[in-house]
Each structure stands twice: as C-alpha cells, then as structure tokens.
Design a protein around this ligand. Structure first.
Ligand SMILES: Cc1cc2nc3c(=O)[nH]c(=O)nc-3n(C[C@H](O)[C@H](O)[C@H](O)COP(=O)(O)OP(=O)(O)OC[C@H]3O[C@@H](n4cnc5c(N)ncnc54)[C@H](O)[C@@H]3O)c2cc1C
Length: 348
C-alpha cells in the first residue's frame, strides 16, 4: 500500500488529501469541506470549469435548436447530493428542457449532509470497473474544479441559485408513487431517491447501512487517520474533526445512540490518543442507501395508460459523494437517449 499525506489546508482551494493506492480502484481521499459539500449539493456550475465534461454524453447534438426539446419536461426525485448533481447536469446540458427537482427532504436533513465528505469508493461487483473508475474520476475532477475556483469560499450560496439560474425548479413534496408524476405529464422521470427507492419503485435490493459520526473540536489534528477496514476514521475538516463511525446493516434507527458514540470515541482515541481531550460539538446519523450494485439505468414503466421512461440513479451506499458527478453524467446520457427515442406519435 502506498500513501501520501498532505497537510491540512488553510482554504478549500488546496484540499487536504490522503491517497491510498489499494485494490483495483485507486482510493483517493480528498477532504471535501462541509462548505464545499453544501456547494455541490445546492448549487449549479455557473462557469466553464463546472460545465458537464463528458463530450460524448453532453456535447451539443443540436438539441438546443430542436423544436421538440423546448416542450420537454424532466422531473428529478431526490434532493441529496445525487439528485442535485443529476438535476444540474440535465438543466445545463439540455437548457431547453424544463427540469423540476422534487424531494421531501433537503439539506441539512438528507443522508448526504451526514457524509464525512471524503472522496473514496470501493467497486460494485457487477458493473464494469472502467465505468466505475470514470464515474469516480469525473466526480473528483468536478469537485476539485469547484475547490480551485474563485467562488469556492462562497460555494454554499452559489449552488442553489445556480440551479435555478440554469432553469430548474425545486419543489418540497413527498412523491408517493411514480403515477403521480406521470399524471402531471412529465416526459422523463429521474429517480435519485436513495433509500426512498425501496418504497417509491418497490426495490427490495436497496437497504440501509446506518452510520453514526461525531464532530469534535481538535484543531491540532493535521492528518486523516483511517483504519484498514475504514471502520474507524478521523478526518480533520475546516471547522471541526469528523470521527466515526458505524456500519450497521439493515438498521433503520435515525436517533443518535450514546453507546455508539462512546464506542467511536474509544476506537478513535486508540488511533489518536489526543482525541480524548477533544470537545464533542455534535453527533449525527445517516442511512447509507446501499445496494449490491448502484442502479444507473433506464426502463420504460407503464403508468396508467402511458409508457413513461424512468432513469434510475440511486443505491450509492457509502460512496455517494464520491460518485455523484460521474453517475449524474451517466444519468444525463440516459435522459438524452429517452428524449431522442420517444416514439414519433408521443412527440406530437
Ligand atoms: C456516516 C456517513 C458517512 C459517509 N461518508 C461518506 C464519504 O465520506 N464519502 C462519500 O462519498 N459518501 C459518504 N457517505 C455516503 C453518502 O452520504 C451517500 O452515498 C449519499 O448521501 C447518497 O446520496 P443520495 O442523494 O442518493 O441520497 P440522500 O442524501 O439520502 O437523498 C435522497 C433524497 O431523496 C428524497 N426522497 C426519497 N424518497 C422520496 C420520495 N418518495 N418523495 C420525495 N423525495 C424523496 C429525500 O427526501 C432526499 O432528498 C456517508 C454516509 C454516512 C451515513
């Protein structure tokens, strides 16, 4: 195993990074500060660094001038890091489509808000490795471009307004079933509902892996520490240090468990004894939307009397921040295919 450790940054423009070269996917741990994470979730790219990068998927294929595209409507369900990334990709690449994002929870109440914000992933077993590596690399490139941009320090504000600037609308509402969306006449439904996919589309393969973390005040810590399995970790951030964690399969509890907190602090203090004098600032719990393989695919679903194209992008497990932009680009490609393959009569 090779590893490189860099000092903690003084600004988000120079992210702290620990690179661990292990296994078939290069593991790259890059600190994504809470502020930057919020930036990714809430905003949209508004300069050229952030425009969608995969030419084959996003390149101008004449859609902007295509008369049919002007009346197309796309709805994205999900207001976590995956839903926002996907909505931003679509709104930017298909500016003449109307994009609406619907979710019943937004920041700070999504799983994405609990994520430590480290770029790291492990391969899904049945998805080509090259494809996963591409998703990972595209996400890293995207995040680093934001981190190195002029607007990095005000990122939290820019992302949300940017999405609206790109033509998207945000609606707070629970979607009980896809039929509701079909009745509203959307041309394409994009499902980024994370764990919500279990009930929304009846996916029995998606399950929670509960994670609990603590934020502590320990400004003297300069480096990440992560045990071999990733069960215990200490990630110094801009304003606090995240210590974790737990991986409790099929555990739906969203409440903080004091015993878990004590266990985390004991494990992490054995890795870094100085943590025992750190002040605890907060504790939080998130349910990782886990699945054997992340689901990024499209299908036609019969909703009432209509066959409606549905693009799925959920089940990222513990790697949702790390794969968010890459899988968003993939979903964009699938949306584009749906729009182009609409039967001629339906386009009228
Ligand atoms: C403790 C912890 C640490 C983590 N650390 C990292 C890390 O360092 N790096 C990393 O890459 N990942 C990490 N993760 C994983 C990461 O948080 C998830 O993979 C990611 O947040 C998933 O994003 P998402 O947008 O798919 O889901 P979510 O953030 O859960 O968002 C789902 C959205 O869908 C909406 N929704 C669902 N159903 C419906 C419905 N029926 N109607 C309307 N809206 C609906 C919800 O309201 C929500 O807005 C961590 C997770 C945990 C718990």
């Amino acid at each position: 195993m090779r590893s490189w450790v860099y000092h903690r940054p003084t600004s988000v423009r120079t992210p702290t990074a620990v690179f661990l070269d292990i296994g078939p996917l290069a593991f790259i741990l890059v600190e994504v500060s809470a502020q930057l994470k919020q930036f990714l979730q809430l905003s949209t790219p508004s300069n050229e660094h952030w425009t969608c990068t995969r030419d084959a998927l996003v390149g101008n294929c004449g859609e902007q001038n295509h008369p049919m595209m002007k009346s197309m409507t796309v709805v994205v369900v999900g207001g976590g890091v995956v839903g926002f990334s996907t909505a931003v990709c679509i709104a930017e690449a298909l500016p003449y489509c109307s994009v609406t994002l619907i979710a019943d929870r937004f920041t700070p109440d999504t799983t994405s808000d609990v994520a430590a914000g480290i770029l790291i992933c492990s391969p899904f077993p049945d998805i080509p490795l090259e494809q996963q590596q591409r998703w990972f690399k595209e996400s890293i490139d995207h995040l680093l471009a934001i981190a190195q941009s002029e607007q990095a320090s005000e990122a939290g504000v820019l992302l949300s307004s940017g999405f609206r600037k790109a033509g998207g609308q945000v609606v707070k509402q629970k979607v009980n079933d896809l039929q509701e969306l079909s009745s509203q006449g959307y041309d394409v439904i994009v499902n980024c509902s994370g764990l919500g996919a279990k009930s929304l589309v009846g996916d029995s393969q998606v399950y929670p892996v509960r994670g609990q973390v603590l934020k502590v005040q320990a400004p003297w810590l300069q480096h990440f520490i992560r045990d071999g399995e990733g069960q215990s970790y200490i990630y110094p951030g801009m304003h606090s240090v995240t210590v974790g964690g737990t991986r409790q399969v099929d555990d739906w509890r969203l409440e903080v468990d004091p015993e878990d907190s004590q266990d985390i602090l004991e494990r992490c203090s054995s890795l870094e004894p100085s943590l025992s004098r750190a002040r605890v600032l907060g504790e939080s719990v998130g349910l990782r939307p886990s699945r054997k393989n992340v689901r990024v695919e499209r299908e036609m679903v019969l909703l009432g009397s209509r066959q409606v194209p549905v693009v799925h992008n959920y089940g990222h497990g513990g790697w949702g921040v790390s794969l968010s932009w890459g899988t968003a680009l993939e979903a964009l490609g699938l949306v584009r295919k749906c729009l182009h393959e609409r039967p001629p009569r339906a386009r009228l």
